[in-house]
Design a protein around this ligand. Sequence first.
Ligand code: ATP
Length: 199
Amino acid sequence: MRVALFGGTFDPIHRGHLAIAAAAADRFRLDTVLFAPTGRQPLKVDPSVAGFGDRLEMAALACRGDARFAASEIDAPHPDGAPNFTVDTLAEMARQQSGATIFNLVGADSFHDLARWREPERLLKLAEWIVVSRPGHTLADPEGFPLTDAQRARIHLLDEVQEHVSATALRQRLREGDACRELLPAPVAEFIQSRGLYR
Ligand code: ATP
């Protein structure tokens, strides 16, 4: 089994996220991509707008379109409100799926900040990494974190994806009353409208 963790705020999940995951699954023959909304993202100053339950439900709706995709509660909020660290999530995945090859899927902007993540060396040991290009960001080594040859060998770059969509811009448009149907999977757009999210 080849399983990727795709963590993120997913506030909301959008077509860009799905395109990235599909491209990674095709190229790296992934059996499963686990979309795991993060309870509390340690590096984001602003808290998420939608609650964890809504973000998880939107991820589940979006995953219906591809048999390789599944939504996961592995990064659910901690009862004490502590941030969710990917190093803990990947360690838990390795424990739950012993024998599987584990990947961590991220956009170029997230990878650029690797030095700020908790235990970056261990993160690169726990999983192979798939780093996807993102418009406006360079697909390059993390800032202030020189990679060894052994680490580099576990990092796979996917540079043919150009998804010009960001959740921040989407939320702004939703706030202004635009349903953004071209950027959202149809059941997610419906869910947002029916719950009145992001207004
Ligand atoms: P925001 O625009 O608010 O920062 P986001 O979509 O970047 O939102 P997340 O939902 O946390 O934030 O993203 C989850 C993961 O998907 C991250 O690794 C991010 O780098 C990646 N990602 C998101 N959008 C794109 C995109 N358009 N192209 C490539 N990677 C992306």
